[in-house]
Design a protein around this ligand. Structure first.
Ligand code: ACO
Length: 324
């Protein structure tokens, strides 16, 4: 069986930087409150023309160049998002046209909120492993600003927009790069702690229901437990010690959540790649943006073992182990 590996990555973030100081002019908040509780210093917010598909296409194009793979070679395109341009068709179909992916490619979206990219990666990996697909583009892309209540200080300071992408293909001969394993899950009965109550086919369709609602403290506790458990599970399943992981890329929701995971796993915080201070929580885009930045910054070298770990609305959770 052909071993598959991540052979390229790319990302796109809007140019508009919104600092905590800027946020304090919109709602009753302060840089001090936001930094202390979340570690976020600024976020990027998309313009009207920077749609989820636009950002996804930009990230995917950068990943294809990085991989040295042509769009015509792609036969699988998956986008993780909970902020698609439209209810239908899938944003993946819009991006397919934008970047020239051929009609032989399967194109679809996945929604597992902030865990979406890890879910999409596992799906792509399983499809590639079937032998029926050769090259995949997997994207996490979000325009969360479109679902934010800008009068609600408990949520509006937390999120940002952006996209990240990887190209997965046959591992280059002689390289160690390959997928090691993946573990996904969801906690029953926890949907109410983090949701967008309207906008779907449910009868709840007030104006307010279009926005993200969150029980922050409950999300925090569930997130720490779920990420710690799934990270331990996947390491144990593959007989790998946390110490052997060169770089951990967690979902970038809150610096305090990341610090807690580092403490529970007994891994030095320096081993974690963290950029939540610059982008806030970009949901499904957060791990691929961080992965791309980590690769380009030289934080991930050939042969390194990398752990991706996430949680999100659902509540969903997941972890993936990749050898580069
Ligand atoms: N600025 C100033 N004060 C604020 C703000 C703000 N932006 N937001 C809330 N406060 C106030 C509250 O009103 C409250 O005031 P009160 O005591 O007078 O009632 C006080 O600050 C404390 O609020 P808490 O909610 O108790 O603050 P907490 O320490 O729990 O921090 C936070 C809140 C940052 C949201 C935290 O709970 C958290 O990070 N939770 C996890 C959230 C998360 O990760 N969400 C992403 C999920 S991933 C996905 O799938 C989208």
């Amino acid at each position: 069986m052909t071993a598959h590996a991540i052979i390229g990555s790319g990302s796109f973030t809007p140019t508009r930087v919104v600092t905590n100081e800027d946020m304090s002019r919109i709602v009753d908040t302060s840089d001090e409150w936001i930094v202390t509780r979340t570690g976020i210093r600024e976020r990027r917010l998309a313009s009207e023309t920077e749609s989820t598909s636009y950002m996804a296409a930009a990230a995917a194009s950068a990943a294809l160049i990085d991989a040295g793979v042509k769009a015509e070679q792609i036969d699988l395109l998956i986008i993780a998002t909970f902020t698609p341009d439209l209810p239908m068709p899938a944003t993946a179909c819009l991006v397919q046209t934008m970047i020239g992916i051929p009609s032989k490619a399967a194109c679809f979206d996945i929604n597992a909120a902030c865990t979406g990219f890890v879910y999409a990666l596992d799906t792509a990996w399983a499809m590639l492993a079937s032998g029926r697909y050769q090259h995949a583009v997997v994207i996490g892309a979000e325009k969360i600003s479109s679902l934010i209540n800008w009068n609600d200080r408990t949520t509006c300071v937390l999120f940002g927009d952006g996209a990240g992408a990887v190209v997965i293909g046959p591992a280059p001969s002689g390289s160690t790069g390959r997928f090691i394993g993946s573990k996904l899950g969801a906690i029953p009965g926890t949907s109410a702690v983090l949701m967008v109550p309207g906008g779907g086919s449910s009868p709840v369709q007030t104006d307010a229901a279009r926005f993200i609602t969150m029980k922050g403290k409950e999300v925090f506790k569930l997130a720490v437990r779920a990420m710690d458990d799934v990270a331990r599970d996947i390491l144990a399943a593959h007989g790998i010690a946390a110490d052997d992981v060169a770089c951990i890329i967690p979902h970038q929701a809150n610096r305090r959540i990341i610090d807690a995971i580092a403490q529970y796993l007994e891994v030095p915080i320096e081993r974690f790649f963290i950029n939540v201070d610059r982008y806030g929580n970009t949901s499904a885009a957060s791990i691929p943006i961080a992965l791309d930045e980590a690769r380009r910054a030289g934080r991930i070298k050939s042969g390194d073992l990398v752990l991706l770990v996430a949680f999100g609305a659902g509540l969903t959770y997941g972890a993936t182990l990749v050898r580069f």
